[in-house]
Design a protein around this ligand. Structure first.
Ligand code: C2E
Ligand code: CA
Ligand code: CA
Ligand code: CA
Length: 279
């Protein structure tokens, strides 16, 4: 029994070593992914609820791993956040989205706004506003066509610093959107205090619409809260016509979801836009 226990122990440590090793390996590969140009942005269209027009696109990062193929963000963003690599990755994402906006405009393709996800760590890192300013200046991107998506965890505990930083970002001319609304800390004080432009209702509240009574209540209340604060409201994760009709009827400004399109690589996104306009 003693011997078996010992073996079990050794087995577990060996397994843990393997996991720690794989993690370290992935972290090192991720570190090099930026310089090796393995990251790519996919774009998911955002559709105006009334007109059906494309009013924007959310940029979503993917990793083209040399062996694993296309790795979704869920498999590397958490690691990137824990290791601090998210700062470099986030900067690349920001610049790439700005570069793409300029390229599209030069080609006559006007996507009114491109939204970029900003992680809490990236946002809180000193010099973030300067980085955004530089990305805009060096790419020549139009700040009016850029939106930053922040989560509640980035804005947690309203402070003067956060307030000033958001005001400085607004001064650059871009817009600010609160992502995954309702899933984080329910501290509504920041809604009053911060210069936000938009709320995005989290997909988890949309999924069971219109059958689920609680979700009907939550989305309707979020909408009237947003509207009375002068914010635009976007519904995420719209997958069915019934969900589209529901969020349109309660007054959502825009929608995003598989019903319209999944996130697409650049060429496919361009094709989607062309087809959508022709329709
Ligand atoms: P998010 O910001 O909430 O992005 C929306 C996610 O919902 C995307 O997943 C998108 O593909 C997915 N989605 C959109 N419509 C539907 C739908 O109708 N049904 C379902 N089931 N899903 C839908 P994705 O691209 O895998 O991204 C996951 C998360 O990874 C993002 O959630 C965001 O938190 C993070 N992420 C992605 N790109 C970046 C980035 O560049 N920087 C940072 N910091 N985080 C990122
Ligand atoms: Ca987002
Ligand atoms: Ca979201
Ligand atoms: Ca329920």
């Amino acid at each position: 029994a003693k011997e078996g226990g010992r073996n079990t122990f050794q087995f577990f440590t060996a397994e843990m070593d393997v996991r720690a090793y794989e993690r370290l390996l992935l972290e090192n590969q991720l570190r090099r992914a930026v310089e090796r140009n393995e990251l790519a942005l996919y774009y998911q269209p955002q559709i105006a609820a009334g007109s059906g027009r494309i009013i924007g696109a959310e940029a979503l990062v993917r990793w083209r791993h040399p062996e694993k193929g296309l790795v979704p963000p869920i498999q590397f963003i958490p690691l990137a956040e824990e290791s601090g690599l998210i700062v470099d990755i986030g900067n690349w994402v920001l610049r790439e989205a700005c570069r793409q906006q300029v390229a599209w405009r030069k080609a006559g393709l006007i996507i009114p706004r491109i939204a970029v996800n900003i992680s809490a760590l990236q946002f809180r890192r000193s010099g973030f506003v300067a980085l955004v300013r530089r990305a805009l200046a060096e790419t020549g991107a139009d700040p009016n066509g850029l939106e930053l998506e922040l989560t509640e965890s980035a804005l947690m505990e309203p402070t003067d610093d956060t307030e000033r930083q958001l005001a400085n970002l607004k001064d650059l001319g871009l817009s600010l959107s609160l992502d995954d609304f309702g899933t984080g800390y329910s501290n509504l004080a920041y809604l009053k205090r911060y210069p936000l432009d938009q709320l995005k209702i989290d997909r988890s509240f949309i999924r069971d619409l219109p059958a689920d009574a609680e979700d009907v209540a939550i989305t309707s209340a979020t909408l009237s809260l947003g509207r009375s604060l002068g914010l635009t409201v976007v519904a995420e994760g719209v997958e069915t016509p019934a969900q589209r009709d529901f969020v349109t009827n309660i007054g959502c400004h825009a929608m995003q979801g598989f019903l319209f399109s999944p996130p697409l690589p650049v060429a496919e996104f361009e094709a989607f836009v062309a087809e959508h306009r022709a329709a």
